[in-house]
Design a binder for this molecule. Structure first.
Ligand code: PRP
Ligand code: URA
Length: 212
C-alpha cells in the first residue's frame, strides 16, 4: 500500500501479540472483549503524541513548578455501533471524564454499503478532539460515513482508530479525509468477496457480544 501522511500503522510487538490471540477462533468472548479494551488503551496513548498540553502550576514537596497537562475535557469518544463499543472502555482508561457519542452503522451484507441507523452526539462536540473508534476498517464505507456525520456537526479534529485495517479501507479513508488522522494497529492482506478482512478475525461485533 502507498504511504499517506495521515495514516499511522503501529505494528507494535505487544499489540501484535494481543492481536494474534484476537484472531484465534477459539478465543472466548470474555477474552476477546478484554483484549479489544487493552489494545484500545495502548492505541490511545500512541495516538496522543501530538496532543496539545496546557501549562499548570504544581507545588511539589520542594518547590513550585510549571508543568503540562492534557485538557481531558476536550476529548469525546465516538464508537461506531456495535463493535466500536468494545473500544470505549479502553479509551476511557486514559480519559475517564470524556463524554461519549454514538453512531450506529451496519453494512448491507450484499452491497457492503453502510446504513446509518443511530446518531447521538454531545451538544458541544464541534470544538473537541473526537476519537472515532471501530475495531475493523474493511471497505472503509462505515468509517467514511461516520466521519462525514461528524464533520456535518462541525467537528474538525478527528482521530479514527481501528485495530485491524484492510489496505482498501485504509486508502479510502486516507484519500477521502486527508484531514483525519487514521490509526491502525495492524494492516492485513486484503478483503474477501464478502468484504471480510483476511486474515482478519471474523465479525468483530459477533465475537464481542457472543451473537454467533
Ligand atoms: C463492522 C465493523 C465496521 C464495519 C467495517 O460492523 O465493526 O463498523 O463492519 O466494514 P466497512 O469498512 O466495510 O464499512 P458491522 O456492519 O458488521 O456491524 P456490527 O458492528 O453491528 O456487527
Ligand atoms: N466487519 C467485521 O467485523 N469484520 C470484517 O472482517 C469486516 C467487516
Amino acid at each position: 500500500m502507498k504511504t499517506y501522511p495521515n495514516v499511522f500503522i503501529f505494528d507494535h510487538p505487544l499489540i501484535r501479540h494481543k492481536i494474534s490471540i484476537l484472531r484465534d477462533k477459539n478465543t472466548s468472548t470474555k477474552e476477546f472483549r478484554e483484549l479489544v479494551e487493552e489494545i484500545a488503551t495502548v492505541m490511545t496513548y500512541e495516538s496522543m503524541k501530538d496532543v496539545e498540553l496546557v501549562p499548570v502550576e504544581v507545588e511539589t514537596p520542594l518547590e513550585r513548578t510549571v508543568q503540562y497537562r492534557v485538557r481531558a475535557e476536550s476529548v469525546v469518544i465516538v464508537p461506531i455501533l456495535r463493535a466500536g463499543l468494545g473500544m470505549v472502555s479502553g479509551v476511557q482508561r486514559v480519559f475517564p471524564t470524556a463524554h461519549v457519542g454514538h453512531i450506529g452503522m451496519y453494512r448491507n451484507e450484499v452491497t457492503l454499503e453502510p446504513q446509518e441507523y443511530y446518531c447521538k452526539l454531545p451538544a458541544d462536540i464541534e470544538n473537541k478532539t473526537v476519537f472515532l473508534v471501530d475495531p475493523m476498517l474493511a471497505t472503509g464505507g462505515s468509517a467514511c460515513d461516520a466521519i462525514v456525520a461528524l464533520k456535518k456537526r462541525g467537528v474538525r479534529n478527528i482521530k479514527f482508530m481501528a485495530i485491524i485495517g484492510a489496505p482498501e479501507g485504509v486508502e479510502k479513508v486516507a484519500k477521502a479525509h486527508p484531514d483525519v488522522s487514521v490509526y491502525v494497529s495492524t494492516l492485513d492482506r486484503c478483503l474477501n468477496a464478502q468484504g471480510y478482512i483476511l486474515p482478519g478475525l471474523g465479525d468483530a461485533g459477533d465475537r464481542l457480544f457472543g451473537t454467533k
